[in-house]
Design a protein around this ligand. Sequence first.
Ligand code: ARG
Length: 462
Amino acid sequence: MSKKLWGGRFEGKPNEILEAFSQSLSFDQQLWKEDLQVLKAHVSMLSKTGIIQKPIGEKLIGALAQIEKEIESGKLSISGDHEDIHSFIEAEVQKRVGESASLMRIARSRNDTVITDVRLHLKKALQELEKLHHAYLEAWVNLAEREKEKIVPGYTHFRRAQPMLFPFYCLAHISEGMREREALDMTFKWTDVSTLGAGALAGTTWQIEPETVARELGFSSTFFNALDATSDRDFILAFYFVSTLILTHISRWCEDFILWSSEGVGYLHLPDALCTGSSLMPQKKNPDPLELLRGKSARMLGNLSSLFVLMKGLPSGYNRDLQEDKEALFGAIDTMKISLAMAAEILKGVSLKGDALAKISKDDFLLATDLADELVKQGRSFAEAHEMSGKVVRYCEENGKSIGELSVPDWKKLVPEINEEMLSHLVFEKSAKRRESPGGTGEKAVAKQLAQAKSWLKSKTA
Ligand code: ARG
């Protein structure tokens, strides 16, 4: 392995398996750009404050800029037996400027560097994710408007319960999305804090200016306490939480869509382009992207719980366990990007099948609550009304009829006070459109929610 950043205290060479086991270059090389950025800001602060001489500062910054160009163009590849990206970059600077490369280590530790790198990396990712999330919510709004007139059965216990306007269903997920966005914004705020200048754990005796570094790196604020800055990973936990939340919400509507597009239910159309086939059964058209999204949420929950488990027993200060935060984080960012893009594609591609819905609308047992409500309006207690409406359903079941097929004598027997006005409300479509209570599935209530959602979405710059 190449020269260590910490050889002095040690006699002989480290164990080879230890080197292979503990290296992080194979994955933290993803932070090369951020590491260079952090070093440049640090060196320019050291130079500005007179901690290092200006000409040396310029030489170091020149070397860092050259390394950046060379990695970008492919001339320099990140490889070799370096412990991590920080060691690799310092070795490259040293090749260019000699021993003065180590001056970059004044008032700086890998402990505060690595976490500042990660914060920069995650900030960038969160900005992209907010855009993708915005587009995902727009896809929900567009779907709600495209299928504005459709009425679908709402379920509880996956048994048909009450009819609802399809946009009402979409708005449930938009409503979740609004909270998701708040959680994304909060995660961004927690991430947008510079931790450079914390040193190894306790700050430094040098007269540094962490604020200057933070400003140069584009952070909104600077750490409050050096020990906390180097120890905690709560902003990554926040990222996993919001990612798990988003994927859990997505997973639930995916489950709906899988059921609604299945042979037994059949009113959601999934275009061929969003399905895959079976290698054995030629007739199969499987909803794989929906199933995969359901699967991704499980893995994200794993990330959240494994980082919590990692953190919970750690004593204060940096511990090497914390290196384990990175691989999962990089993977999680990629997962979130592709998952949000996939979810939006699904929403753009699906449609509702009017003919299948028309058949379901004949199932007027979903109107049993409306019948009970009408009976209460006629003066019955709710208990009585509930009982009578239940008996109507049982009578229909026993006689193979729908509520709409009951004859006048049937009605007279079951509900003596029935009248035209009451019957006129027992219509599938009307049942959905009349639930005008705030946040309900009624026509006006839905129009109001949709307008609110749209103006909220507009207010969020993507
Ligand atoms: N690769 C390490 C990490 O990701 C960098 C910090 C190493 N610090 C140390 N004291 N060994 O956490």
